[in-house]
Design a protein around this ligand. Structure first.
Ligand SMILES: Cc1cc2nc3c(=O)[nH]c(=O)nc-3n(C[C@H](O)[C@H](O)[C@H](O)COP(=O)(O)OP(=O)(O)OC[C@H]3O[C@@H](n4cnc5c(N)ncnc54)[C@H](O)[C@@H]3O)c2cc1C
Length: 461
């Protein structure tokens, strides 16, 4: 990779127009971060206004061999938009139009800079529903969601971002503009390049337009909380609910350290002795929701829940959700630093995974707190430490490696939703077999022969 010269900067500004490029030091510093601890200093930040401009930028990058790093809101949790090799950060937030909401065909056409919540609100106003709901939905962009294949609490019933992307317009690293996919529910013409790009973490193309599938908006929703003094009982309750023919829209859990942290933080009256808390929400038509939520509570009580709470009103529903939403901020009261991993294990392995994490915590003399999506096995494992205490940071990193080993031994995966980026590149070969890894690398080399698009990500350097 080569540094940007004043001539290249001038050419870039000519492409994106005056006012849409900055090389001010404060901007270079700010656009060097995402939501992780990683940082890289770009040489310029640009704000293109169209796919054609992005195409011209990428052609220039190939000519002069400088890196281009796509960026949405910078809320990524794996370092994906951090410009580790300098070059240009290409910010997509000028492309923020919801171009079409097609009520009859249940689809939306959006630009990548649209914030997830803005689309949710726009479609819900028309009686439609866009289910993927990452906890960052108030600020993360749909382009970033597609690039990371973001998931959320509703994944247990509705799936993740990839399940809603019907088609894309994308600019390839060499500058060609490509359309993929369909505007229909079905479509099997040729290889599924849409799926290839979803979750490609800004390494295979810059996404400039997204066709999304929508659903009818459920009429009602109702959450319930259940506390269990034994982790296994909570896991059995999950199985029982699902086998009972109920597919909740969310099925979240907190382990004991998370429950205690939230209780100390908000004083909601949560039982500190509980080993697990389940937050189970059902949605659908009003009568169905009424019936199903009662059955959920009955199943939990039958399996020995020490307490249950069922929301009767929207305000009560929000109160119940408070416990789940407060976990992340509450954890910082326990220790000043944390490493947040987003592994996933087969659902039935959750109790065993938690037990192994606790054993690792004891072995490394650290606090490990787990919470997340009991419905889909995606657990947020937080290794808590204090960087000022000698040796804790090193032990925390070692504990993370042990967690990865335990997860893979249980048939799980290293990332359920945050992606590989920089954070997990070194561990890619722990999960992928050499042939799989080689095919991925060949695809990357084919589409990006000069390696200018988001270099240093996914593949171990
Ligand atoms: C508080 C918090 C909660 C979170 N909760 C969740 C959660 O519940 N579920 C979840 O999945 N994630 C979650 N995340 C992670 C993050 O919000 C998601 O990964 C999100 O999809 C990133 O979107 P972004 O717009 O911020 O993208 P960025 O962080 O800017 O970029 C992410 C990656 O996408 C690439 N990219 C961005 N836009 C494009 C584009 N148009 N074309 C090609 N590549 C592009 C970037 O190069 C980078 O590799 C959370 C983050 C925070 C801070």
């Amino acid at each position: 990779m080569r540094p940007l010269t004043p001539e290249i900067l001038k050419s870039l500004e000519k492409i994106v127009g005056p006012g849409h490029l900055t090389d001010q030091e404060t901007d270079l510093q700010c656009y060097g971060y995402d939501a992780t601890v990683y940082h890289g200093r770009p040489e310029a930040v640009i704000f293109p206004g169209s796919a054609e401009e992005i195409s011209a930028v990428l052609r220039l990058a190939n000519e002069h061999r400088f890196p281009v790093v796509p960026r949405g809101a910078g809320s990524g949790m794996s370092g994906g938009s951090v410009p580790v090799q300098g070059g240009v950060v290409l910010v997509l937030n000028r492309l923020k139009r919801i171009k079409k909401i097609d009520r009859e065909n249940f689809l939306a056409v959006v630009e990548p800079g649209v914030v997830n919540r803005d689309l949710q609100q726009a479609v819900e106003a028309l009686g439609l529903f866009y289910p993927p709901d990452p906890a960052s939905m108030n600020f993360s962009t749909l382009g970033g969601n597609v690039a990371e294949c973001a998931g959320g609490a509703r994944a247990v019933k509705y799936g993740v971002t990839r399940d809603y992307v019907l088609g894309l317009t994308a600019v390839l690293p060499t500058g060609e503009i490509m359309k993929t996919g369909v505007q229909t529910v079905k479509g099997v013409v040729g290889y599924d390049l849409t799926r290839l790009l979803v979750g490609s973490e800004g390494t295979l193309a810059v996404i400039t337009e997204i066709i999304l599938k929508l659903l009818p908006k459920p009429e009602a929703r109702r959450p319930a909380l259940a506390f269990f003094n034994q982790l296994d009982r909570a896991a059995q309750a999950v199985v029982e609910i699902l086998h009972g023919g109920i597919l909740p829209s969310t099925l979240e859990f907190l382990d004991q350290p998370s429950i205690q942290a939230v209780e100390d933080y908000l004083h909601l009256g949560l039982p500190r002795e509980a080993e697990a808390l389940l937050l189970i929400e059902v949605d659908g038509d009003r009568e169905g929701v009424e019936r199903q939520s009662r059955r959920v509570v009955e199943a939990c009580e039958r399996l020995g829940a020490s307490g249950t709470r069922l929301a009767r009103t929207e305000a009560e529903a929000e109160d119940l959700w408070q416990a789940r939403r407060a976990v992340s901020p509450a954890l910082f009261r326990l220790r000043p630093n944390k490493i947040n991993e987003d592994i996933a294990v087969p659902r039935a392995q959750i109790p065993e995974a938690i037990r192994r994490f606790q054993e690792i915590a004891r072995r490394f003399d650290l606090l490990i707190v787990s919470f997340g999506h009991a419905g889909d096995g995606n657990i947020h494992v937080n290794v808590m430490y204090d960087e000022k205490q000698e040796g804790q940071q090193v032990r925390a990193r070692q504990a993370v490696e042990e967690i990865f080993k335990a997860v893979l031994a249980l048939g799980g995966t290293l990332s359920g939703e945050h992606g590989i980026g920089l954070a997990k590149a070194a561990y890619l070969s722990w999960e992928l077999d050499p042939v799989n890894l080689a095919v991925m690398k060949k695809i990357k080399d084919l589409l990006d022969p000069n390696g200018i698009l988001n270099p240093g990500k996914i593949f171990p350097s």
